[in-house]
Design a protein around this ligand. Sequence first.
Ligand SMILES: [Zn+2]
Length: 757
Amino acid sequence: MTSQHSKKKNTFNDQMALDTKDKATRRVIAPYVKIVRKSKGALEKSKEESQKFSFYLHNKPSVLMQDLSSFLSDSVDLASVLQETADVLKVVTKANGVTLYMVDSASEEIYQVPKNVTDERHKVNWKIQKGSTVATYVAYKKEFVLVDDILCDDRFPSGLGYQDDMVKSVLCVPIVTTDGDCYAIVEMYRCVPEAPFSKDDLKISIVVSGWMGAAIHQNRLRLALQKQQELNDYLLDLIKCYFADNVSMETLITEIVKFAKATLGAERGSFFIIDPESSDMTAEVFDEGIDGSEGTTMRKKNIKVRLAKDRSIPGLVARTGVTVNLRDAYNDPRFFTEVEKRTGFITRSILCMPIVSLEKIILGVVQVVNKMNGVVFTSSDENLFKTFSVYCALALHYAKLNDKMHRTDLLNESNLNLLSLQLKPCVHDISNFSKNPEVSIPSGFSDFRWYVSIDEEPIMPQMVYYMIRTVVGFQEVNVHALKEFILTVRKCYRPNPYHNWEHAFNVAHCMYNILLRNKSLFTNVEIKALIIACVCHDLDHGGYTNNFLQKTEQTLSQLYDESFLENHHFQVAMLIYKVIQIFVQLSKTLWQQISAEMKHCILATDLANYFKVRIKLLQISNDQGLDWGNRHHRQLCKAIMMTSCDLSGSCKPYMVAKTLTDNVIKEFYNQGDKEKAMGLTPLSLMDREKSAQIPEDQVNFLNIIVLPCTDLLKSFLPNCADLSAEALLLRKTWQEIIDLKGRKSWRQDDSVVNPIE
Ligand SMILES: [Zn+2]
């Protein structure tokens, strides 16, 4: 014991003479100095150990056991546990030195844990094979090796893997898990002139390494579960992140890199997001170093890199789509050191993986650098990273969608600003209206039969102004805003033969008359909504039916689930109603109530809805009877009022109704022409080449649509019976025309397929 110590001390002193701070000298003596450093390190280490491990080993083994088991339960860093074990073995076997190698089964290599690796970049990776070093042989055979003189054993031509003439006896044991997986190698040596390792040394080493193998196996299972749990928790968070509003790409990427860094125990993490539009894989770089502060968004670097031409590892991954795991960066030809030279950052290991979309497009690259504690990234790290990258692809996909949606919203807003500016009526129209807002209202205006003459057409805005002010009350409107509103609405009607401003005017006139007679039945909000809804109910009508929009897959039919036109009319109405405050001192709640009412009223003008409303209302009349105090009943009544007004062109004297019918037919034929041009077969009602059966169609339309509606209206608003009476008169006239022609009936199959809305 005494002689060994004095020997070691002498060697140490001899070598100290060579240990100099001069760089050139250090370089020359480097191969030899290493031994000295190790010896020196070992000496210092053994002092520490004597205070800790050796002490406990000899005096209180139970404390040592506790220490080791706490390592296993709390630490994820198995390499450190193994290093401690190796150090214990070294003390127990009185070795001069010990080296721990970890096994990387993916690359079939062993590597030295960095505790033993100095800053000189010597070889740390060795291929597992026979005919090389002791450790590679042990890893290959998974059996211990005990040699008295390493130099005389030709199984190990490379000896210990580094030049050390002093080493003589070697004891090397594998740490094999219960499932036969070689996890690490502990290599102990004694220098000349120490005696070779004994059989007892071997026994102790085998027992300790055996127990370590079993413990590692259990711990690996536990850690795998723990990592899986961490991954699951993280992915859950990531999913929550998708659903959070306004989650930016930066936040998402920060989360991804932080997690990758933490889970894989890396010093540094970067994310490269590739611009899909670029031909040379231009990528934005997000980088988080060791000091990346928690909770903040990672900085996006100002520079962009062109990965197609870049010599970096991310460049390689982006081009090939293959994961790269560099275990020893400086000795890998794929690693390009230029950047390192500039930044001074030392890269030891890299795990770099592509983020691939479902369509197999490379969206980005995640890179983690330097496994903490110096160990390399293992194949289990790679597997974890793979699962993670699938979710990254999803996250990126949604983040991009989000981003696109956000941009579309902004574009929409900007378009709307432009539109509302363009929708403003021209100054001349406003000044004309303002000069002459109140026109003399024609006699008979309060009669349902009244219809606007050609001469009166220019003053329709003034008449609408009059009607609105009359039914909602003069005090309730902002006069200037109302003028602007009416002129804007007029501008938003297209010059269709039928669905035009004049039709809107006529529908509003009918509602004006209904309300004039029944004002007391309705609330202030309802009156405002009903009259404004009528003025707006066909805004921006394109002159085609809902069926046509659906058949030809027009935008509106894809935007809404049903009542495509009516939903659009309402949206345009809102566009104008939002900007121009026509009613005075309207609270937000009232404003919303009127809007909701308007929506109900405008959607009611879809005849498809009318049929449903009619059935419900008839049912109510038959069962408990109509109750004006019941909100649902009121809604149905208002819907019938809207339909009656919309159909009121059929409640006019014959000459008016005839002109309106001609206009409807003109619009129908336009649609028929369009359908033919698109290769579709129009309904015969819309086909100008089919024999016209106008009188028959009209009688049918009155019987099936108009009269049942106006009769229903009459049932709950008897003072509106004139509408039904007029429709009956019209039907009589059409019938007389049919009879005059000697034709008895209309064709059943052509009857009212696409009635006037
Ligand atoms: Zn209409």
